[in-house]
Write a protein that binds this ligand. Structure first.
Ligand code: 6GU
Length: 223
């Protein structure tokens, strides 16, 4: 899968993809992330990409011209399955959207900043608008990192049996059960007996019960 990201602060994204699971996905050639600095398409030698908004009001808006030029140039190389704009007024991201996006081949993600991007870019190029929750971030980069992480770990071959996505919270609309490791007794705090007995069928039953109980208690809206 190829993910292109257009941003005025691509440095913010670099370290997110340099670790652990996403690093392995890149090394295995399963995920290619291309960061593009929007300033490359600035309208003048001062690196300008934003301007005051029509009608007045605080905050700068990212201009049509650099965005349109960047998108058109990137589109000459490949056709994107989705052009995603990261924005707090987008559709709230969830596991289902992550699953769906993980099946695409080529994605372009646009990170906004300041007051956002000129509406005409949203009308004419953007195919999907994503928010990661009901709060405001100062830019779309951290939100894009969240989305890329959630997608990247779902790509076939990225996770192994030990880290399988099938047992993640949300994957079946249930929260994951509690987990334990050695020692079985720490400060008299005991690991549930059933996990120590080694009967796979009973363990699976127990985990399903725990998942259900946890979901009922914490996220009844998922049921
Ligand atoms: Cl995608 N962008 C910004 N700037 N703030 C957000 C967001 C995105 N999702 C939640 N808050």
């Amino acid at each position: 899968m190829q993910i292109h990201i257009l941003s005025v602060a691509p440095e913010l994204l670099e370290s997110s993809f340099a670790h652990s699971i996403l690093k392995r996905a890149k090394e295995k050639g399963l995920l290619h992330i291309h960061l593009h600095n929007l300033r490359k398409w600035a309208i003048n030698k001062h690196g300008q990409v934003d301007d005051y908004q029509y009608g007045g009001g605080a905050g700068m808006v990212i201009m049509c011209e650099p965005l349109a030029n960047a998108i058109e140039e990137l589109q000459q190389e490949k056709k994107f399955d989705e052009i995603i704009y990261m924005t707090p007024d987008g559709k709230t991201f969830n596991q289902q959207t992550a699953n769906r996006l993980s099946l695409k081949e080529n994605i372009l993600i646009i990170c906004g900043h300041y007051k956002g991007i000129d509406e005409r870019i949203r009308e004419h190029y953007v195919t999907m608008e994503i928010s990661i929750g009901d709060y405001v971030l100062s830019g779309g980069e951290l939100a894009a990192a969240v989305v890329v992480d959630a997608i990247g770990r779902l790509l076939p071959g990225v996770l192994n049996d030990e880290t399988s996505a099938l047992t993640d919270s949300f994957q079946d609309n249930l929260l994951a059960p509690p987990v334990y490791t050695r020692p079985a007794n720490f400060n008299q705090w005991q690991v549930p007996e059933i996990l120590l007995q080694g009967d796979p069928k009973k363990i699976e039953e127990w985990r399903n019960e725990q998942s259900l109980k946890r979901t009922q208690e914490r996220r009844p809206d998922l049921l």
